[in-house]
Every structure is written in C-alpha cells, then in structure tokens.
Design a protein around this ligand. Structure first.
Ligand code: SAM
Length: 422
C-alpha cells in the first residue's frame, strides 16, 4: 500500500501566485518562505491555536501571516541576524498610511534640499565609515545614500524611521556594485560596472511608494489582538519564551551551515554597515548561524541512524565536508531541545526543510530532523509534503568551491514536515 504520510503534493507549489501582497514584499531575504505556504500551514494546523513561534524567523513571513489571521494572540519570532529582526519588526508593525505618506513627502523634500546644497557645496554630507565603501559603491551613489540616510535619521517616530530604514536597506542592495542574484558578496565585472548607473533617489522612491501601498493594505486587515514579540536571541540556547506556551511552530530553518549553503551574513552586510551596525555584530552572523563553527571530529551523540548513514557516505569522499554537515545537525539538535521546552502538548510543528546534496550524496534532512525530535520524546509524524520550488524562487546556494556563479548545490524541492507533540 502506498505510504500516504510522505508524498509529493503540487498543490503546495503555488506556482503562479503573487507572493508580495500586503507587507510581504518589503525586503528581499535569502530562502524566504512563500506566504501561501505559511498561510496554508496556519489554516490547517492553527485552528483554535493562540501562540505561534517561528524560531528561524528570517524576514518574518510566518509572523506576518499570524498577524493576518484572526485567532492568534501572540506571535514570537527569533533570529540572530539584526537585519532579519529589523525587517520582521517593520513588516508586522502597523502604521497609519496617511501619516506615513506625510512623513515620506517631508523626507523627500529634505533630500531634495540637501542634494541641492551638496551640489552647490553649501553642505557637507557625512559618509559612513566602513571598510571598502568605495569598492562596493560608486562615488555619486555614496553621496545620495548618505543624503537619504541623514534625512531618515531626522524622523522622530521610531516605527516610521524603521519603516524607511528597511526601504533604505533594500535600496543599498539595489544600487551597490554587487551582482544581482548572488547571496554572497561578489562585485560586478568591469563591463557590468560600466553600465551600472543607478539613480539612487528613484530606486528609493520607487521602493518606498510600493511599501506604503503594502502598508495601506495591511492597515485595513491586520489583527490588532495579535501581539508580536521579535527576539534577538539564539534558538540553540534557553530563550525568553515561557515553558509550555507555544501551540504552533511554522518555520523554515537554514538549509545547512552558512559557509556552504546560504551566507546570511554576507547578504546582510552592506545594508547593516550603512545602518551603523558594529563590525563584530555584522561579521558574527554566519559564525553564530547553525553549524557556523565546524565540529572537530565526526564522533557525535546524535540519535539519528539516517544522519549516521549519510555522514558515513560523505566521509568516504571528503571528511571535512562531512564535519561541515555534522556541525549543522549538532546545532539543530540544541534547537530541538529548546523547541521541546517551549511548546505545549498537542502543539504542531511545521518545518519546511531542504534536502541538499553534498559531494553527490543527498542529505534527507526531513528524515533526520524527525529522528532527532522523536529520539527522546514522543512526537507523532502526521505528514511530509514534498513541494516543488518554482524556478524563479529557487535559492542560489553558495558554491563550496568558491567559484563565482558556480552553484554546486541547487534545490528544486522542499519538504514540509508536520509533527505533533504528544
Ligand atoms: C531560511 S531562513 C528563514 C526565512 C524565513 N522563513 C523567511 O520567510 O524570510 C533561516 C533563518 O534562520 C536564522 N538562524 C540561523 N541560525 C540561527 C539561530 N541559531 N537562532 C535563530 N535563528 C537562526 C538565519 O539568520 C535566517 O534568517
């Protein structure tokens, strides 16, 4: 008989759906969950539930969906990346769009005045002070970004200021000399650089107008009873979430260690540097991500036969890569302990994972995480839905060979694992 617990289900692909409705399009982020997946998981497993957690929140897709759903009273999100914290806060914080429009007009008028003053050398603009600024940005772009930033900093209301800082961070990405479509920082080649003449003000204005339209939609439909708590914490550790308090988890953990999968730190670096985050804060992101520090040996206590078998296969080809893989699961197992602590009995956990391939060996993360959850505690496995990742949204993973554009690892599918704490 066919095993109907784990199966391919194309109804999870949402191939032609618009994914940027409401505030979902505020800022790009690597390996975003699509809102339709979060929404459907919430509808299927969140009936009568009140407290949602996304322990790897990223840009806050699941939190925003919780705010758009009627029954949630609380939504927690955890991330170690300050950019993720800022984007998620802004996406879930309602702001009256009329006030936003007024602030926007004033902001642009200040920018125009300052630009003229700078052109006539009546005003000097303070540029940020970080390593390689001129390598990543053209001189005229640096001036325009500095003008916009100074104007945003004059906004008094913190929520409105943060709203425009998110627009600003996305603008920084678009006008920088980095190649499009790479999560790692790669500079454009000479011919691309020659053609690259961004109009920084227009990019900022276009993005701001779009986000204001998103906020207009959100302001009409959000659930004011749902309180959002964004936590700058580490899911591997004891968090500030009370024991037995969460009744639904919707999340997409990283695909693996950030050295060889998605480099969240590199993706966020330029934006964060422009936003004056400290050097250490910015450079530590990838180190504190799951699997950020490679394990020294392959000996481990993890209770997953599938992981053991997979590591044996990889280590026959490359022991170092097997250690990279292991380091991720050692950290993931720490998160399992914390997620077990914070959830109530009867809580559903919906985990969207990628089964990446290392040295030609596919790693069945969906099986491994299930074994880790079930090793010490009682969890019922309800389903694993396998969805296609539509091509346009396919994550471009880092090349372990470090050759620009050589994405040795590509993924076409995701596994949505549903378990219930008994
Ligand atoms: C796949 S992304 C999540 C994307 C998110 N679902 C979205 O729609 O934007 C995984 C996230 O896990 C975060 N992360 C990595 N290690 C973490 C840790 N130890 N604790 C909390 N978050 C972590 C990364 O910074 C990243 O933002």
């Amino acid at each position: 008989m066919e095993n109907r617990i784990k199966f391919k289900d194309e109804s999870w692909d949402f191939r032609n759906d618009f994914t940027k409705y409401s505030n979902h399009g505020f800022h790009t982020y690597p390996a975003m969950m699509i809102p339709q997946v979060a929404r459907r998981l919430i509808q299927m497993y969140g009936k009568d539930k009140e407290v949602l957690l996304d322990p790897f929140m990223g840009s806050g897709t699941a939190l925003l969906e919780a705010k758009l759903h009627k029954n949630f009273k609380k939504a927690y999100g955890i991330d170690i990346n300050p950019l993720a914290l800022l984007i998620s806060k802004v996406k879930t914080t309602p702001i009256n769009p009329e006030i936003l429009k007024e602030e926007y007009n004033q902001l642009i008028s200040r920018c125009n005045t300052d630009k003229k003053a700078v052109n006539f050398r009546e005003k000097e603009i303070k540029k940020p002070d970080f390593y390689n600024l001129e390598f990543w940005f053209k001189p005229e772009v640096i001036i325009d970004l500095a003008i916009i930033k100074e104007s945003i900093n004059r906004i008094e209301d913190k929520d409105i200021k943060d709203f425009f800082l998110v627009v600003f961070s996305e603008t920084v990405r678009n006008v920088s000399n980095t190649r499009n479509g790479e999560y790692k920082l790669y500079r454009m080649n000479r011919s691309m650089m020659d053609k690259h003449k961004p109009n920084t003000f227009e990019v900022f204005k276009g993005k701001a107008s779009k986000n204001i339209v998103g906020m207009e939609e959100y302001f009409k439909i959000y659930n004011p009873k749902c309180q959002v708590n964004i936590l700058a914490e580490d899911t591997r550790n004891l968090t500030s979430i009370p024991t037995n308090s969460v009744d639904l988890i919707v999340t997409s953990p990283p695909y693996g260690d950030s050295r060889t999968t998605v480099a969240y730190g590199q993706f966020s670096r330029l934006g964060l540097q422009w936003l004056d985050y400290g050097k250490d804060e910015v450079s530590n992101i990838d180190k504190v991500s799951l699997g950020g520090i490679p394990t020294k040996d392959l000996h481990n206590w993890l209770d997953s036969p599938t992981l053991k078998k997979t590591l044996d296969e990889i280590s026959k080809i490359d022991t170092c890569r097997a250690k990279d893989v292991l380091s991720f699961y050692v950290d993931f197992n720490k998160c399992v302990r914390e997620l077990h602590r914070v959830t109530k009995k009867g809580a559903f956990m919906c985990l969207v994972v990628g089964n990446r391939t290392v040295k030609g060996v596919q790693i069945p993360t969906d099986e491994i995480i299930l074994e880790l959850f079930q090793s010490k505690n009682h969890y019922k496995h309800h389903n694993t839905f396998i969805r296609n990742i539509p091509h346009k949204r396919m994550p471009k993973l880092n090349s372990p060979t470090n050759i620009v554009g050589n994405h040795a690892v590509t993924m076409n599918e995701e596994w949505i694992v549903i378990i219930e704490k008994q």
